[in-house]
Design a binder for this molecule. Structure first.
Ligand code: ATP
Length: 435
């Protein structure tokens, strides 16, 4: 049973240290969030799972990490300075600002009577700042609104240094910034967020084939990591939603408590980006195919996902409540790869006699996995706590362990307990987790 509403996840995140409102001691900074001890681990796991699938397990892709700050030329060529804007309306009565495409009627979304909207106008979503030591005389720079431009700018660098040839991909994971008019729904839409993007360069004729391929592959990624297929769908954009250069775009959507929402967009961007940057910079951004003696500008298929939004979806889908030993419990049925901790080591009592052995076991497991160690409270409460933060396995060290050199592994999902010799604990854990 996935979370019924967003509040269940927001509360759990706050209570257990996944996500905190940013700058809380100063009253909070609207729609900004800090990822706490567990959330930072989980967000990292989401990004690592993406890199694992998109880079580690393929020999046709590479990873880069490009600059966040960029000169205006990049965004002039990319079209962001001119086109990266939302239609915005102001309410002349309540003074609030809305995205025109987010209001369904001319009634105020705040439910206020008598609201009157202005004509819509374009509002550029890029954050601008200045670089340089003297106030007022610095050069204009922008915070990137997507990671994608870094891949286009480094197309030639990667081609020359990595021995890749189309079809090949350049991937990147990192922060992007958009001055969203209506951020909200927790970490779904924020002004600062992380993207996981791939620009996949292909011979022009192969664009449609690779577009199909990536739509399917990306949907499967979410299912493999535990989101039920019925909570996911692929939605192809209508012709009037497409950007002028796009030969087709589809979104992977997740059934959020408020309805279907985008997790990822997969776009056929043709040769638009490389052509634009080539024209603007005067540099050739093309590929010479020695086999056919042909020179061409590759077409691009771009799967672009958001790490934070995806993390919210994984949390919502994993949330469950059930009854164990006549008591209700909350359990996050997270895929082990996404769970902040893989194993929690729990000595049955805080007695000194158990601590050295429990510490030793923790030390061994922690060489390989992110583990928790907890010797506070009664064991039942500690199990509940680990269930609620999604830890797949608990290892309990008890007084018998000192005699029989064995410990108990408790499974989060079934609460089943099995006794295993300490000597085979690591291999046992590895085989249960699957990595
Ligand atoms: P939306 O229509 O929801 O604003 P978008 O279509 O503008 O999203 P893209 O430009 O395709 O988004 O960006 C790719 C991915 O980056 C999105 O699918 C989403 O997961 C993530 N993303 C974009 N904007 C935000 C944001 N403000 N906060 C969190 N994630 C975002």
């Amino acid at each position: 049973m996935p979370a019924k509403d967003l509040d269940q996840i927001v509360n759990l995140c706050k209570r257990r240290g996944f996500v905190f409102p940013s700058a809380e001691i100063y009253g909070g900074f609207r729609s900004s969030y800090d990822y706490g001890p567990l959330g930072s681990l989980m967000l990292r796991n989401v990004k690592e799972a993406w890199v694992r699938t998109m880079v580690q397990q393929r020999d046709d892709t590479v990873l880069i990490d490009a600059a966040i700050l960029g000169p205006p030329q990049i965004f002039e060529a990319s079209g962001h300075l001119e086109n990266f804007s939302d239609p915005l309306v102001d309410c002349t009565v309540c003074k609030r600002r809305f995205r025109e495409d987010h209001i369904e009627t001319r009634d105020c979304p705040q439910g206020m009577k008598g609201c009157a909207f202005t004509e819509s106008r374009a509002f550029n979503l890029m954050f601008k700042t200045t670089a340089g030591p003297v106030e007022g005389s610095g050069a204009d720079v922008y915070l990137r609104p997507e990671t994608a431009q870094g891949m286009f700018l480094n197309f030639s660098n990667v081609l020359q240094t990595s021995r890749k040839r189309p079809p090949f991909g350049i991937a990147q994971v990192g922060k992007s910034f958009r001055n969203e008019i209506t951020p909200g729904n927790f970490i779904f839409r924020t002004r600062e967020f992380e993207q996981m993007e791939m620009e996949f360069f292909v011979p022009p004729a192969d664009g449609p084939k690779w577009y199909e391929y990536w739509c399917k592959a990306r949907l499967e990624w979410y299912i493999e990591l535990g989101i039920p297929a019925e909570m996911l769908r692929i939605r192809a954009h209508d012709a009037d939603e497409l950007s002028h250069y796009s030969a087709g775009t589809s979104d992977v959507e997740f059934l959020f408590p408020w309805g279907w929402g985008e997790l990822e967009g997969i776009a056929q961007r043709t040769d638009f980006d490389l052509t634009q940057h080539s024209n603007a910079s005067g540099q050739k951004l093309d590929f010479f195919d020695q086999a056919t003696n042909e020179r061409y500008i590759p077409y691009v298929v771009e799967p672009a996902a958001g790490a934070n939004r995806t993390m919210a979806a994984f949390l919502l889908a994993a949330y469950d409540e059930d009854i164990v030993n006549d008591e209700p419990r909350t359990v996050l049925r997270l895929h082990p790869r996404l769970a902040p901790y893989k194993v929690a080591v729990l000595p049955l009592s805080k007695k000194d006699t158990l601590t050295p052995l429990a510490r030793e076991i923790y030390g061994t497991l922690a060489q390989r996995y992110m583990c928790d160690y907890d010797e506070t409270q009664a064991i039942g409460r500690r199990y509940r706590r680990q269930d609620e933060i999604g830890t797949p396995l608990c290892v309990t060290v008890d007084f018998d362990s000192l005699e029989d050199n064995a410990v108990t592994i408790r499974h989060r999902d079934s609460t089943e307990q099995v006794r295993v010799p300490i000597s085979s604990l690591l291999s046992e854990v590895t085989s249960i987790l699957g990595f």
